[in-house]
Design a protein around this ligand. Sequence first.
Ligand code: TRP
Length: 326
Amino acid sequence: MAKKRILSGMRPTGKLHIGHYVGALENWIKLQNEYESYHLIADYHVLTTDLSTEEIYNNTIDMLIDWLASGLDPEKSPMFRQSQIKEHAELFLIFSMLITKARLERNPTLKEQVRDLNIENVIYGHLGYPVLQAADILLYKGEAVPVGEDQVPHVEITREIARKFNNQYGKVFTEPEPLLTKFARLPGLDGDAKMSKSLGNTILLSDDAETVKQKLRKAVTDPQKIRKNDPGRPEICLVFTYHQKFNPSEAQQIEKDCRSGVLGCVDCKLRCAEKINQFLAPILERRKKLEANLDYVKDVLIEGEKKARVVAEQTMSEVRNKMLIG
Ligand code: TRP
């Protein structure tokens, strides 16, 4: 039986953080064995919130290095830039006729970005962000989309567009399902519900051991736990969430000792930093090798783009045929 197909992607905003890993990348790496996977670098999507293009290429390479260092395998999962496959733009244009402005204005992810980035006037292309994303997914006939929680509304819009196209012109697309992880949203070091580059509350996959230690030292914990022996509330503490993810075998004991006041925040944070560093060590190692071999990294893109282009051209010719513009 043919494997189901995954399409997922990220915007190249530079080096990735552990929230990207826990929310999506870890899932991609696991799923690449069960599914036929395609992974997209959404470089056009960057323009929705930042028009300057000087950094996009370097950020693309940085992100790709993080993908590869974390274990994404280019033999199994082609990795490619959206901007290098013209069919994305073409399908985006067609899809933009299949959804209303009012529907896009209701998109909660857009509202959240507008708030976080203090955007006063939304650009037309930003409003259309999920339409381009729908083109990304459906061009490869992605059936499953492993993403973080914030992307679920975009997958829902993709489903609506697929349905609308199929009803109007005949069936080309299947409606994709989002695939979430348990920690689809990892809290930031400042206690914000979300780890995010724009909020400056991240631990990077490329942070060295000392940096991780320093960052955790300053992390916000339960404000009621002022002295070491005060009882704490792990359920509201981001450091405890990190323990659950990166130190699962000790999490239960830590929860107990925090509540009873046996364990203070300083020690708790040190133990957490140690575990995160154990997780990051092999990634840092592989990162170093990849940085020393940039030609290989660039080849991954070129090869991925060749493979992606074949699929995109095939889908686009089906679309054109159904629309009688073949
Ligand atoms: N919007 C996604 C993000 O910010 C990136 C993205 C673009 C994407 N195209 C996609 C994700 C297609 C999944 C599928 O993370």
